[in-house]
Ligand binder design. Structure first.
Ligand code: SAH
Length: 254
């Protein structure tokens, strides 16, 4: 007997930014799998079971969740932000592709959530208003050389960039190296935004430029937005600046 498996994204941290669709799926599920801090954000009833795991255990977590669904559970796999952005939806798909045939019978739904970069961007204006790309700076799942290649290509192509997983205790130098790569291509006055813990009580959003960007300003809860050469920060008396990327201007070189 096969149950259901729903992969949900809780949004960046503010409960108002969890969609009603996700809230309904959570209310209807029996078993919850996810990284402990995400499960901590749920108010589960006594009849709902919590299966917390460590951050890096995505494959084990997927296996346990799919097995539980095969036994008839109504399973919820929980991510922060959006489950399809550097999160559990891809891990579940990968497990199904490589796993036993029974897992292909499980009814799987992926419910979207507000991803970190959108929450950060919304706080300051519209830096992602035109073409942008998203790169995880974690070299746990891909080689660092590939990250450098993508950074250079994105900067050359004039994309605004959002960086996830910028730094951690195990990955202390990668963000500094990424800024150095970008400085070789982009002007020093390119806008850089450090958006930390967007939507949570300890939120901190800082706007600086590429020349001054200091990796020590980032931690694991920070999403960094690096502008294109067109991105600007509009000063406003008595109010925080508005950061936005205008549409392509005729005659511009990029
Ligand atoms: N699925 C998540 C991303 C998981 S990867 C999402 O869609 O948001 C983890 C990275 O997400 C962190 O290292 C950080 O870069 C970013 N992040 C997650 N929550 C954040 C928040 N509230 N504010 C800023 N960045 C956040």
């Amino acid at each position: 007997m096969s149950g259901r498996l729903t992969v949900v994204g809780l949004g960046p941290g503010n409960p108002d930014q969890t969609t009603p669709e996700v809230a309904r799926a959570i209310a209807g599920a029996s078993d919850f799998y996810g990284y402990a801090p995400y499960l901590d954000r749920l108010s589960l009833r006594p009849d709902q079971t919590r299966h917390a795991s460590d951050n890096r255990e995505e494959l084990d977590r997927s296996t346990a969740a799919l097995n539980r669904a095969c036994q008839g559970g109504n399973v919820c796999v929980v991510s922060g932000g959006d489950p399809g952005v550097f999160a559990m939806a891809a891990a579940i798909c990968e497990a199904v592709e490589n796993g036993p045939d029974a897992w292909r019978q499980v009814e799987i739904s992926v419910l979207p959530g507000i991803t970190a970069m959108l929450a950060v961007a919304a706080r300051i204006g519209a830096p992602l208003g035109h073409d942008f790309c998203v790169i995880s700076l974690s070299d746990n799942l891909k080689p660092w050389e590939l990250i450098e290649k993508r950074l250079a290509a994105a900067a050359e192509a004039g994309f605004v960039m959002a960086f996830y997983n910028p730094i951690s205790r195990a990955r202390p130098w990668q963000l500094g190296k990424a800024f150095d790569c970008l400085r070789a291509v982009l002007p020093g006055d390119t806008v850089v935004v450090f958006g930390r813990a967007a939507g949570r009580p300890d939120e901190r959003i800082e706007i600086t430029d590429l020349a001054a960007a200091d990796p020590a300003k980032a931690d694991m809860a920070t999403c960094i937005i690096v502008g294109s050469p067109e991105t600007r920060s509009i000063a406003r008396p008595g109010l925080p600046p508005l950061v936005y990327t205008p549409r392509f201007a005729k005659g511009a070189s990029r």
